[in-house]
Write a protein that binds this ligand. Structure first.
Ligand SMILES: Nc1nc2c(ncn2[C@@H]2O[C@H](COP(=O)(O)OP(=O)(O)OP(=O)(O)O)[C@@H](O)[C@H]2O)c(=O)[nH]1
Length: 203
């Protein structure tokens, strides 16, 4: 059975602003959802929430193969301006849930001409293996029932709505470069994303 437990919390001053950090995980103490929270619960306001799937290459190494780095940077910048905002960093979602080793294998296949979906499938893996139930549970434990979700991915909205949360979408894309334009186009065409490659503006 899925368990999501608050494992640890602290204050976290950052160059973006001051936040509180909560680490959620399972009963064995392994982290899963890291929540960077700006401000406190406000009954009159739906917090702005960004659910960000881990991307070692984009988030840490500033890879241009995807749009993850600019999406994360922009999200934290936006959240810092909110009275109540939450970044959920989903540590088990690396490579859309297939893990770093498989993502790098998928990148190598893309260098031979496959697109991002075909490469996963060629490896015998789902195009998208992410599960958002722990994220929804973390939001609930943070006192959130209504939220504004910064995303272009309808699957994220659907997962939170199915978990009983009320979600309004805020576009969060448009981070196009010469290296990631084909990746973003394929996400729109084959994965049902809402204008990742085009006019979807951050915030
Ligand atoms: N398998 C695979 N994963 C990738 C590839 N490029 C990026 N990723 C992963 O894709 C995920 C992108 O996550 P997000 O930006 O949170 O989500 P999204 O589905 O693009 O939806 P948005 O909320 O609209 O940004 C991260 O886990 C990346 O590691 C790729 O070519 N193949």
């Amino acid at each position: 059975m899925l368990t999501t437990t608050l494992l640890a919390s602290c204050e976290l001053p950052t160059s973006y602003g001051d936040f509180t950090l909560h680490v959620f995980g399972d009963d064995d103490g392994r982290e899963d959802v890291i929540a960077l929270v700006r401000g406190g619960p406000d009954a009159h306001q739906q917090p702005l929430v960004r659910m960000h799937s881990a991307c070692f290459t984009g988030d840490i190494l500033a890879s241009l193969r995807c749009d993850c780095g600019p999406q994360l940077d922009t999200a934290v910048r936006l959240l810092a301006k909110e009275q109540h905002g939450i970044l959920l960093y989903l540590t088990r979602h690396e490579g859309r849930g297939i893990g770093l080793v498989n993502k790098i294998k998928a990148y190598a296949l893309q260098e031979k001409g496959m697109d991002t979906v075909a490469a996963n499938v060629h490896l015998g893996l789902p195009a998208d293996a992410r599960d958002y139930r722990a994220a929804a549970e973390a939001l609930r434990q943070l006192g959130v029932s209504h939220l504004r979700l910064a995303t272009n991915n309808p699957a994220k909205i659907e997962a939170l709505v199915n978990a009983g949360l009320s979600v309004e979408r805020v576009p969060h894309g448009g981070f196009v470069s010469a290296h990631n334009s084909e990746y973003l186009r394929i996400k729109d065409v084959l994965m049902g994303h809402l204008d990742s490659a085009g006019g979807g503006r951050a915030g």
